[in-house]
Design a protein around this ligand. Structure first.
Ligand SMILES: NC(=O)c1ccc[n+]([C@@H]2O[C@H](COP(=O)([O-])OP(=O)(O)OC[C@H]3O[C@@H](n4cnc5c(N)ncnc54)[C@H](O)[C@@H]3O)[C@@H](O)[C@H]2O)c1
Length: 412
């Protein structure tokens, strides 16, 4: 495998990112076509190289036949943040795992960590492929005997989705359709789908239950809602077992420090509050800007529901375990506890030991005051409860990884 060395360097003195709202977008940015072409060419070359080395393409392998007592899970997007943590958990639980990822946003370093932990034949294979390439997807399904699919692969930044809506509909909605067609054609009957609280939009009533009307307000949320609708319609006409998990704001990393969150440097301006706090603590950005201090909340800043990635992947394993033919389960995955941006920033300061500079500014248009889940359905039906509900603990774990991986997986 080729090591991918990435630099996370961002210009010191650049504008601090602003919160709340998970995302920041800057419509003044112009696309760098040549840069994108070079990146696309590099990714294609990397994929071809890795594809040639992938066991799934070398001829019949243990991955190509069903084995009694072994559940073979296709993890799409398994080189990414949540997908890699899910793959680790599945491997620990003795599942057979195939990761398909085009490495557009994920890290080959995460794959290498997993391969190092589970080197035994028949445990893990990585296939570098694009889920928008129907021929490649069909070939993968033809050459592998999957029992279930966990579909994480997606572009996943709200702000970016408003700038590149077609990309989001293509990557999220169209690719999910292709994946479903391949599952149907090859008789794979269990799907665990990564959805999001962004499908709810701006509900008037809190907490959000699974019955809260879904009225997404940005292309990311709409693309995910459309993908959900396609899955649900198909499930009515097939005996597929479907679990749709709607995540709230995901934070944290592997408590044993093997994996972490390492988005590409160019995506960090669209990024999430934990990444920005860590970047501010590391001095990569000068500080944080919190937008809005006069919301009708206890301390005036926005409220969000932060779910630790360890709890999130636990929900996936439980969902897989409880998935049954012809049954659909839709679940919110959150703690049920709303935390203010101020609380989050204080937890980040404590976890990192850095007195991060914070500027409190006026509201950002379009942000809403409170978003938090009612997780009672998943508590009751899947016997799942969030255990990492201490923000400082989750952030301390993530910070430990960040400190020794200043350049993401490039420096591990
Ligand atoms: N992180 C969050 O807070 C959050 C919240 C709600 C939902 N989700 C959902 O969880 C899933 C995983 O998110 P994440 O935070 O790990 O993102 P991520 O960017 O870290 O991982 C996504 C992975 O998918 C891969 N990918 C993207 N398009 C692909 C394609 N066409 N073919 C093959 N691989 C492709 C990327 O290379 C990357 O490795 C996404 O579906 C996202 O919408 C995330």
């Amino acid at each position: 495998m080729i090591p991918v060395n990435r630099s996370r360097s961002l210009t010191r003195g650049a504008s601090p990112w602003s919160f709340p709202g998970m995302d920041y977008s800057d419509s003044r940015r112009k696309p760098h076509i040549i840069g994108k072409l070079v990146i696309a060419a590099f990714l294609t070359a990397l994929c071809i190289f890795i594809l040639k080395q992938s066991p799934g393409f070398g001829g019949p392998s243990v991955f190509s036949r069903h084995e009694l007592g072994v559940t073979h899970v296709l993890v799409t997007g398994g080189a990414g943040y949540i997908g890699s943590h899910a793959a680790l958990r599945l491997l620990k639980e003795s599942y057979r795992v195939t990761i398909v990822d085009n490495l557009s946003r994920g890290n080959i370093g995460a794959i290498k960590v997993l391969q190092g932990l589970f080197p035994e034949p028949g445990r893990l294979q990585f296939i570098c492929a694009d889920l928008g390439d129907s021929r490649a997807v069909n070939r993968i399904f033809a050459e592998n005997a999957f029992d279930a699919v966990m579909h994480f692969a997606a572009v996943a930044y709200v702000g970016e989705s408003t700038l590149q809506p077609l990309r989001y509909y293509h990557n999220i909605t169209a690719n999910t359709l292709l994946l479903l067609e391949a599952m149907s054609a090859h008789g794979v009957k269990t799907l665990i789908y990564s959805s999001t609280c962004a499908t709810y939009g701006e509900p008037k009533q809190m907490p959000i239950t699974e019955g809260t009307p879904q009225v997404p307000i940005n292309p990311y949320g709409k693309a995910k809602k459309m993908a959900e609708d396609i899955i649900l319609d198909f499930s009515k006409k097939s005996n597929m077992a479907v679990m749709i998990l709607r995540y709230f704001n995901v934070i944290g990393s592997d408590p044993e420090g093997r994996l972490g969150e390492a988005p590409r440097p160019e995506l960090r301006e669209h990024g999430r509050i934990s990444g920005a706090c860590f970047d501010a603590a590391s001095g990569i950005i000068p500080g944080l800007k919190v937008r809005g201090t006069d919301y009708p909340t206890n301390d005036g800043t926005c409220i969000r529901d932060y779910i630790d990635v360890t709890d999130l992947v636990d929900a996936h394993v439980k969902a897989l375990d409880k998935a049954r033919p012809e049954k659909v389960g839709i679940y919110n995955v959150g703690t049920g506890k709303g935390r203010s941006v101020k609380e989050f920033v204080e937890a980040c300061k404590k976890a990192t030991g850095v007195d991060v500079k914070v500027d409190y500014l006026g509201r950002r248009p379009g942000d809403y005051a409170k978003v938090y889940s009612d997780p009672s359905k998943i508590n009751q039906e899947l016997n799942w409860t969030a255990r990492y509900v201490d923000l400082e603990e989750s952030l301390s774990i993530a910070w430990r990884w960040q400190k020794v991986h200043r350049n993401g997986y490039g420096s591990s």
